[in-house]
Design a protein around this ligand. Structure first.
Ligand code: NAD
Length: 354
């Protein structure tokens, strides 16, 4: 179990330190090696995704990432920005499947902007295709054309999916559903878009290989509505790049606690990059107050999806539930009457619970 550890920038090193402590406490044999990604890599090498990091990331079975970016690097040319490092590593490792859970622990139900009874106990997983769709389709552009007898600007993009791309993301989603509640909702817009008609047809075909998972379909506009009306009806949702971009942000905001949400991006062999859904939080970097739980839960996802260590993953998740039940809160999830702790103390609490 070879892990490439990339703490990154801002709060990255602080939250990563806690995730590494938790991994080391499990009694499993990991080989962990640290490297630079993002702004810290720009400072040391001039490249946000340096060659040494590329080598390590390719050799490893999984990559655990803190976060990258910050105001210090915002004025750099686009190709030298920390975000380039993130896009670079995702592309380099062929990570086409993005898994984003939205979990709302009952203790944090007040953090949501929705009524507590609608979201308390929410536990859904959005599987988003990450490397195809209208974001990458060719041709694309803006040009002057004759329209209605008038020269004007026209913009266009191409929504395109090949069968193999749809099939492989659906397989990831069915397999994730098998590890959870065995319900999969595939989201499309087949009433208008041919690409998504193909998506729906292939979903039906792939479903035959997973008779233990119940497949349903939903149009994307309805899915957006159902996510705020009754999100607990869902277990796993799977969709293309653009719909997934929007729905996964909508779903994560149902919880109101960005410091709590992990994510995974997988390749065809379940090699993965695991990272919290939040950024590098430069406003609180170096203060020892950041919430490390999203990163700790990302490590749990790594154990589940790359290393098939379901029991260890659940041990971490149960420990996180326990520290919340005991009232430990970092500033971002603090409520009067709970016990405010810093980054390291939250790590301590998780270790004790483990
Ligand atoms: P952000 O997620 O870093 O911060 C948004 C707000 O949430 C801030 O007030 C921050 O303090 C708070 N927050 C975030 N994570 C927290 C945590 N673990 N504990 C407590 N509070 C937390 O988003 P932003 O401010 O828009 O971006 C800051 C920088 O991060 C930018 O440079 C951006 O490019 C980068 N970024 C990186 C990633 C990534 O590495 N995947 C993702 C998003 C943004």
């Amino acid at each position: 179990m070879k892990i490439c550890v990339l703490p990154g920038d801002g709060i990255g090193p602080e939250i990563m330190a806690q995730a590494v402590r938790v991994l080391n406490a499990l009694g499993l044999k990991f080989e962990m090696e640290e490297a630079l990604l993002g702004g810290c890599a720009v400072d040391h090498t001039g490249n946000p995704y340096p060659e040494a990091t590329q080598r390590l990331a390719r050799e490893a079975d999984a990559v655990l990432l803190g976060a990258v970016g910050g105001p210090k690097w915002d004025t750099l040319a686009r190709e030298h920005r920390p975000e380039r490092g993130l896009l670079g590593i995702r592309k380099d490792l062929n990570l086409f499947a993005n898994l984003r859970p939205a979990i709302l622990y009952p203790e944090l139900a007040n953090a949501s902007t929705l009524k507590a009874e609608v979201v308390a106990g929410l536990d859904i997983l959005i599987v988003r295709e990450l490397t195809g769709d209208i974001y990458f389709g060719q041709p694309r552009g803006i040009e002057l054309r004759e329209v209605n007898g008038e020269r004007q600007r026209v913009g266009w993009n191409t929504m395109i999916y090949a069968e193999y791309e749809i099939r492989r993301i659906l397989k990831v989603a069915f397999e994730a559903a098998q590890k959870r509640g065995r319900k999969l909702c595939s989201v499309d817009k087949m009433n208008v878009l041919e690409t998504t008609q193909l998506w729906r047809d292939i979903a039906e075909e792939v479903a035959k290989e997973y008779p233990d998972v119940e497949l349903s379909h939903m149009l994307v506009d309805n899915a957006a509505m159902q996510l705020v009306r009754n999100p607990k009806q869902f277990d796993v949702m799977v969709t293309g790049n653009m719909f997934g971009d929007i729905l996964s942000d909508e779903a994560s905001m149902l919880t109101g606690s960005i410091g709590m949400l992990p994510s995974a991006s997988l390749d065809a062999n379940n090699k993965g990059l695991y990272e919290p859904s939040h950024g590098s939080a430069p406003d609180i970097a170096g203060k020892g107050v950041a919430n490390p739980l999203a990163t700790i839960l990302s490590a749990a996802m790594m154990l589940r999806y790359t290393f098939n260590q379901e029991e260890a993953a659940q041990r971490i998740e149960s420990a996180v539930k326990k520290v919340l039940a005991l009232g430990y809160r970092t500033g971002d999830i603090f409520e009067p009457g709970t016990n405010r702790v810093g980054t390291r103390e939250m790590g301590d609490a998780v270790l004790v619970a483990l």
